[in-house]
Design a protein around this ligand. Structure first.
Ligand code: FMN
Length: 371
């Protein structure tokens, strides 16, 4: 099966395999690369779920499907999260179609992200997702998309802490320790004090209800993707939990991680337990391998050459064909290809060709022309 194709090491300097021994012991120390020399990398723990390498593949709507998660995993991500699923969708999707959205057998541990605003419906969805084999449930109180907000879901719930808390309460009862429960929050709905209070009200209650992790994106919902992610705020969330004696609740920081050095720097400076790789991992799975290389003291890896890029594009395409079928795969892959081609020296021309891809033949032609 295509899923078992091996991705060749980017270079002989490949750090992924070399890391296993060090991290398996719990701590990797001595990053022999400039500023990272004294850094210790601790496993990320969501309750009983231990992720040795704390740089995870974030939830990405329209992207973090099975093929992307598999590719990230092969490049070193040890934990990935599905794109956000709507409660109503989860309870009604047919078994046949659910394979497009649910976890694959070969990708554990894998988290699923759920969104909604009716606790009962969300609970039914959670039961189905646990049955489907996901290893963690993450609740989305962060999405800034207009349609989502107008329906009182996602980031809107930062305005409605009581509803968010009720959702957490009921879902944690349904899960009853079967898998860890985590939440995803933005810094606030906006920059007002009320919004900040709401954030901490949800957080405090999440702690009391036994939630095992929180991912914090350091932008407000109103900001969407403007400005920069506020890592001082993210750090303050970690400090707040530690000072309150709640250091066991894992904090994952999110925002503006586009290269390996920044990932490590943010981990060190903000003292969080994990880092979520989001836009920086779309079309760039090498970012996971680069972090591992720095962690191993093997320095910065060379960017992948064209043959290496082509190999990964092919594997990603094959995984996409496996999941969605040949007719849908070329257009699905366009969204990834326009990011992959950022590593190509003639990016603009390659991108223009990828955008025009309509079928497998077009896809193969672009690959042969440019890679
Ligand atoms: C296209 C896109 C889709 C996203 N989908 C989700 C999602 O489904 N669930 C979620 O919690 N966050 C989602 N996010 C937010 C990211 O997980 C992440 O928090 C955010 O992009 C900040 O990280 P970055 O600046 O490193 O990209 C999405 C972001 C983008 C750009």
């Amino acid at each position: 099966m295509t899923n078992h194709i091996n991705i060749q090491p980017v270079s002989s300097n490949d750090a992924v395999s070399g890391l296993a021994g060090g991290i398996a012991n719990g701590i990797v120390s001595g990053i022999a690369n400039g500023n990272f020399a004294e850094m210790e990398i601790m496993p990320l723990r969501f309750g009983t779920l231990t992720i040795k390498f704390p740089f995870i593949q974030a939830a990405l709507s329209g992207y973090s499907d099975l093929p992307m998660r598999m590719i990230s995993r092969r490049f070193g991500a040890e934990f990935t999260i599905s794109e956000v699923l709507l409660d109503q969708f989860v309870v009604t999707v047919s078994n046949r179609k659910s394979r497009l959205y649910f976890a694959g057998e070969e990708e554990h541990p894998c988290g699923v992200q759920l969104m909604g605003n009716e606790p009962n419906l969300m609970c039914r969805a959670v039961e189905r997702l646990i049955d489907a084999g996901f290893d963690l449930v993450d609740l989305n109180f962060a999405c800034p998309v207009k349609k989502v907000l107008s329906r009182g879901r996602g980031g809107w719930l930062l305005n409605e802490p009581d509803i968010a808390i009720k959702i957490i309460e009921q879902i944690s009862r349904v899960i009853s320790g079967a898998v860890p429960l985590t939440i995803k929050l933005r810094k606030g709905f906006d920059d007002t004090q009320l919004s900040r209070n709401n954030f901490f009200k949800i957080l405090d209650n999440a702690v009391d209800l036994g939630v095992q992790g929180v991912t914090v994106h350091g932008r407000t919902v109103k900001q969407r993707y403007e400005g920069t992610s506020d890592w001082n705020f993210i750090r303050s969330v970690k400090e707040y939990l530690v000072e309150g004696g709640n250091s066991k609740l894992a904090v994952v920081g999110s925002g503006d991680i586009f290269d390996a050095e920044t990932a490590l720097l943010r981990l060190r400076e903000s003292c969080v337990d994990g880092i979520a790789l989001a836009r920086g991992a779309i079309g760039n799975p090498w970012i996971f391998r680069n972090i591992k290389s720095l962690v191993c003291g093997q320095g910065k890896l060379k960017p992948p050459n064209l043959q290496e890029q082509k190999d990964v594009l092919k594997i990603h395409f094959d995984l996409t064909v496996n999941l969605y079928g040949e007719s849908k795969a070329p257009t699905t892959m366009r969204a990834f290809a326009v990011h992959y081609c950022k590593l190509h020296p003639e990016m603009a021309e390659v991108r223009a060709d990828f955008v025009r891809v309509k079928n497998v033949n077009d896809w193969n032609k672009v690959l042969e022309k440019w890679y």
